[in-house]
Design a protein around this ligand. Structure first.
Ligand SMILES: C[S@@+](CC[C@H](N)C(=O)[O-])C[C@H]1O[C@@H](n2cnc3c(N)ncnc32)[C@H](O)[C@@H]1O
Length: 194
């Protein structure tokens, strides 16, 4: 398995490099599946330069954008001052259970998103359990990700395998998925019972 460390991400964001841009079609599909209501709370985990978190704030979510890379959080704060207080950014290693618990109470969020992030988590079952703990009844976890089977071998580490998908989806009472485009990124939507 290829592990990508914090120093790598810090270098990427310090150089101002981002990833796939968020567009209105992606956000419309998300809204159709999660049905946002004004004043609901969202956490975007692994927010990078914050484009997706900013869109969540624009959909009406009080949004907390978190990333373990300090350069990412600095960029989000710099780029989206206009969205404060609806968009806050905090440095957080989502794999550090104590830090997550210190930042966010159980059941605090209606939506947790991970866009191009879950594949990089080393303990996926623990991450899934942590997300469930953060979600309120009826809350939703959305994972947007490449799939290993759709990637060339040398980039397989950025995608989810069939086994990863099983681990991720286990124990959620309801769920569905859709593709952003044929053969492209897949979005998994998993819901906590109300
Ligand atoms: C490929 S980038 C995606 C960034 C953003 N979500 C987007 O769609 O442009 C992966 C992000 O996950 C973050 N990340 C990786 N492991 C993390 C962890 N354990 N805790 C918090 N963020 C993490 C990285 O710093 C990076 O910002």
């Amino acid at each position: 398995m290829t592990l990508i460390n914090l120093a790598h991400w810090d270098r990427v964001f310090a150089a101002g490099k981002g990833f796939r841009q968020v567009n209105s079609a992606e956000m419309q599909l998300l809204a159709e599946h999660v049905r946002p209501q004004l004043g609901q709370r969202a956490m975007d985990v692994g927010c990078g330069l914050g484009g997706y978190a900013a869109q969540l704030a624009s959909l009406g979510y009080d949004t907390l954008a978190v990333d373990w890379a300090g350069s990412s959080i600095a960029a989000v704060r710099d780029r989206y001052t206009n969205l404060v207080p609806n968009l806050e950014a905090r440095c957080l290693d989502f794999e550090d259970d104590a830090s997550v618990a210190a930042l966010a109470a159980s059941g605090m969020f209606d939506l947790v998103t991970m866009r191009l992030v879950f594949a990089f988590m080393s303990d996926k079952p623990a991450v899934a359990a942590r997300v469930r703990r953060l979600l309120a009844p009826g809350g939703v976890w959305v994972v947007t990700t490449p799939l290993v089977g759709r990637l060339p071998e040398e980039r397989a580490h950025i995608g989810l395998s069939g086994d990863d998908v099983e681990v991720m989806a286990e124990g959620w009472s309801a769920g569905c998925w859709y593709d952003l485009e044929p053969g492209g990124l897949r979005c998994f939507v998993m819901r906590v019972p109300t």
